[in-house]
Design a protein around this ligand. Structure first.
Ligand code: PLP
Length: 428
């Protein structure tokens, strides 16, 4: 079935191995393969499809735009589509939250945004290290890999990755030790061996790293510490921004203002590549063209991004709906965790179950066979990560979770049976 891909596409391909079919159409939270088989999508393009597949309003805006021969490609020239997007971002996102940021359009992917943020922080401060956290994931280019925790991903760099001291993320230290006490000690102690970094880069929820949540208090203290020591705070909101935790930015609840914010994934709203860096005006130290590239703001993506901001973020209704759906998801997660002796994780519409070794991967495999796309996360793929489109209907979410629940029970039953067979053969 995947003969063409196996023959022609590089071994680097990933998702198609776990989901071995050829996908063809999709709408909302449902995706269909070319044999017409339906899958409920609890994966949402790894967070790139917060508003679901092919949202009709966004699709109409895109088709109207393309139908009018409007500009598609323009490097970073001024276009009407970009102007409308900037105005919508100001009116729907920044101004209502009292935020003042300049906007940089780097290349179109998340890692492009992270690279730009790291480079800018170093330029602004004249320092060269950027501190990052255990289990962080910021992308696959060299700068982003240097601030990423996973050793398998880091090994792919093919050269030493440096200039990034790693700090323990919230909850990483055993016995209730606050990981930020450790950071503060390093900053205070001139003999700590750790130079004051240019910046700290953080995800408020580590999505790829195991759905690890930083509390509001922890984020506030990180902001306090970075401010006190003149270290820039970069929040990578690439996977959990654009409404994933209920509000537009994941750090809003903590009431903090990062110096730099990275956004991508669901920014275009339609799965089109688009990313940006928000920069506090006083840190906008770039010279013209100092960080450039060919695809810096793709006009069709601006069009769908503008339509998404105008439709979903013109008032609080969408946010309220996401919070309600999150509560439903949380009820299921908590119940499943109790039933299966798993650890519930997450916040908003990114939640998961930490399971014993290999179980999450087994459940994801079974779920695919039963018609649900669901991903794992964490250093050892130990977390079953539920990441549906934010627009998923209540019934569809319930149906998808029901299937996942049965797959989980089946996986645990099979393992239990295998274990007791192994134990009884060992005792023979
Ligand atoms: N940062 C975070 C938090 C991510 O989750 C990801 C991708 O999953 C990235 C950065 C990298 O984005 P991209 O894959 O578009 O380069």
């Amino acid at each position: 079935m995947l003969e063409t891909f196996e023959r022609l596409e590089s071994e680097v391909r990933g998702y198609c191995r776990g989901w071995p079919t050829v996908f063809s159409t999709a709408r909302g939270a449902e995706i269909f393969d070319r044999g017409g088989r339906r899958y409920i999508d609890l994966f949402a393009g790894a967070g790139a499809l917060n508003y679901g597949h092919s949202h009709p309003l966004l699709k109409k805006a895109l088709l109207d735009y393309l139908g009018s021969d409007a500009i598609v490609h323009s490097l970073d020239m001024a276009t009407e589509a970009k102007e409308r997007f900037l105005l919508a971002l100001e009116a729907r996102v920044l101004r209502p939250r009292g935020l003042d940021y300049k906007v940089q359009f780097p290349g179109p992917t998340g890692t492009n945004s992270v690279e730009a943020a790291l480079k800018l922080a170093r330029k602004v401060t004249g320092r060269y290290t950027v501190a990052s956290f255990t289990n962080a994931f910021h992308g696959m280019t060299l700068g982003s890999l240097a601030v990423t925790g996973n050793s398998g991903k880091r090994a792919g760099a093919g050269l030493p990755l440096g200039h990034s001291p790693t700090l323990p993320f919230a909850g990483y230290m055993e016995g209730g030790t606050d990981s930020l006490d450790y950071f503060e000690s390093l900053l205070q102690d001139t003999s700590s061996g750790v130079d004051t970094p240019a910046a700290v880069i953080v995800e408020s929820v580590q999505a790829e790293g195991g759905v690890n949540v930083a509390s509001n208090r922890w984020l506030q203290r990180l902001r306090e510490l970075t401010e006190r020591w003149g270290v820039l705070l970069i929040v990578d909101d690439i996977q959990v921004g654009c409404g994933r935790t209920g509000r537009f930015f994941s750090f809003e609840e903590a009431g903090i203002e990062p110096d730099i914010v990275c956004l991508s994934k669901s920014l275009s709203g339609y799965g089109l590549p688009l990313s940006l860096v928000l920069i506090k005006p006083e840190h906008d130290a770039w010279n013209p063209g100092e960080h450039n590239g060919t695809f810096r703001g793709h006009n069709p993506a601006f069009v769908t991004a503008t339509a998404a901001l105008e439709h979903f973020w013109c008032d609080d209704a969408f946010s309220a709906q996401v919070r309600e759906r999150s509560r439903e998801l949380n009820t299921w997660i908590e119940a499943a965790a109790k039933r299966c002796d798993a650890r519930p994780k997450g916040r908003g519409m990114i939640q998961g179950l930490e399971l014993p070794y290999d179980v999450a991967a087994g459940v994801a495999r079974r779920a695919f066979a039963a018609g649900v796309l669901i991903e794992t996360s964490g250093a050892r793929d130990e977390v079953l990560k539920v990441l549906p489109p934010l627009t998923i209907e209540r019934e569809l979410l319930a149906e998808g979770l029901d299937i996942v629940g049965s797959c989980l029970e089946e996986e645990l039953r099979t393992r239990g049976a295998q274990r007791s067979v192994a134990e009884s053969s060992a005792s023979l």
